[in-house]
Design a protein around this ligand. Structure first.
Ligand code: SDX
Length: 430
């Protein structure tokens, strides 16, 4: 491997050190570029620019590889639990039984939220999207735990905030849905595991016994595992950037929730179902909609297709597609018209030159909504589910940024506006 790259500028030669990661990814270190040359780099959307070094998640977009702390996502989805994967991402290793039991018990014991949270719900207009409520209430946790604002927290104090956040987001998410439906809010139950407790808070009523379906609990576990981290995506980069200003964990995650809400990012899972329902309502002519997605004069995109990094296939989509088949068959919904349309859409796109040329394949969002819908989660809550899954990844990345003492993030720009000009009094303006 070359030790450095030579840059020749205005007749002068500069050496850029080359660094290589543990998976042979290579980069030019341009940390001293501006000091040495007066030049900066420009890379709209950071398609070629690494923002950091990280030991949390590795993905290979060409090979369709995704590993959390070295463990392949296929094995974790099959053998692990969401809480165990959360521990792995946040603390860097698979926990011993004692460590997992303690982590899980700590989370269970912090699922209650301050009773004043109920009052905050009353302040939201009825049309407020669940993601707006989620980001607001996660940020509001700084009001219940003002000590979390300190940039000098000890490792133990950070761990307490991690436990609080992992625990309370599930209660806040479920209460957001119940409040939106006008249903009684359900308190968490300490006798249930994380996913069972969430489903209980989401779908039970105080008027009758709630029966948990182990197939749904298992499907939710798998979906949350598959969403848990994805290296430097838009929302994770947001969490790291906000956190680099010494903003609290709660404030940084609240910012990440808003980035995830974007329809081009995590909001795509809601868009996919709405797209499938529109196609169904339109008579199910998938080719017509594929043609719309290809039309340069039509802003319509095939939601759930394409990815900035995966240019072959999204390994998560492969697992979720199979899980969708399994869950819907188990629930007697194998004839779901939306699943049928999704598969026809995928087939039409994968054999179409436009998508093949642009390396557009189904991503994590294409099939996940079909499972969420089948287990009773309403469309507007889909991106909240994505946030629930992604939380341990955001926490792990925020902790890593802090532990590595990374400087405040502050990108450069190339100015293209007006050059210097004098102020003109208002009566002299045209
Ligand atoms: C997530 O980064 C992550 O890791 C994100 C994520 C995670 O886990 O955190 O994986 C989660 O955000 C998944 C992506 C969910 N978004 C969607 O499904 C929305 C639909 N997809 C796109 O808008 C798009 O594919 C992106 C945003 C995902 C990626 O966009 P890029 O890499 O910036 O690519 P691009 O917009 O420059 O598109 C390249 C070409 C363009 O055509 P041309 O200008 O070359 O003619 O492909 C076309 C685009 O018009 N294109 C699509 C398309 N996606 C890209 N055309 C039709 N349908 C699509 N879905």
């Amino acid at each position: 491997m070359a030790e450095s790259a030579e840059l020749i500028l205005d007749g002068k030669s500069y050496s850029l050190p080359v660094i290589e990661g543990t998976e042979q990814e290579k980069a030019f270190d341009i940390g001293k570029l501006r000091d040495q040359t007066g030049y900066v780099t420009l890379d709209s959307g950071y398609k070629n620019t690494g923002a950091t070094k990280s030991a949390i998640t590795f993905l290979d977009g060409e090979e369709g590889i995704l590993r959390y702390r070295g463990y392949p996502i296929e094995q974790l989805a099959e053998k692990s639990s969401f809480i165990e994967v959360a521990y792995l991402l946040i603390y860097g290793k698979l926990p011993t039984k004692a460590e997992l039991d303690n982590f899980s018990e700590q989370i269970t014991k912090h699922t209650l939220v301050h009773e004043d949270v109920r009052k905050i719900f009353d302040g939201f207009p009825s049309a407020t999207h669940p993601m707006a409520i989620l980001s607001s209430l996660i940020c509001a946790l700084t009001g219940f735990y003002p000590e979390s604002l300190s940039p000098n927290l000890s490792a133990e104090e950070i761990d307490l905030n991690v436990i609080r956040l992992m625990a309370k987001i599930s209660t806040i998410a479920a209460w957001t849905y119940k409040n939106n439906m006008g249903h009684p809010l359900n308190y968490p139950r300490n006798d249930l595991d994380y996913c069972s407790n969430f489903l209980y808070m989401m779908f039970s009523f105080p008027t009758e016994k709630y029966e948990l379906d182990s197939r749904i609990v298992s499907a939710l576990n798998k979906l949350l595992i598959l969403h848990a981290d994805h290296e430097q995506n838009c929302s994770t980069s947001t969490v790291r950037l906000v956190g680099s200003a010494n903003a609290s964990l709660y404030g940084s995650v609240s910012a990440g929730i808003n980035a995830l809400w974007g329809p081009l990012h995590g909001g795509a899972n809601q868009e996919v179902i709405e797209m499938l329902e529109a196609i169904q309502k339109d008579g199910g002519n998938t080719q017509k909609w594929v043609d719309k997605a290809k039309d340069p004069n039509d802003s319509f995109r095939l939601m759930g297709f394409g990815h900035r990094v995966y240019k072959n296939f999204d390994p998560r989509a492969t697992i979720i597609k199979k899980a969708a088949d399994d869950v819907l068959t188990a629930l007697g919904l194998e004839d779901s018209p939306l699943l049928k349309i999704a598969k026809e859409l995928e087939q039409a796109a994968l054999t179409d030159e436009y998508f093949i040329k642009r390396k557009l394949y189904p991503n994590v969002d294409f099939y996940s909504g079909i499972i969420y819908k089948a287990i009773g989660i309403p469309t507007e809550m889909f991106t909240v589910m994505f946030a629930l899954g992604r939380l341990p990844g955001w926490i792990a990345q925020w902790k890593e940024m802090r532990e590595n003492k990374e400087p405040i993030g502050r990108p450069r720009q190339i100015y293209t506006g007006e050059t210097e000009r004098d102020y003109v009094s208002i009566d002299a303006r045209s």
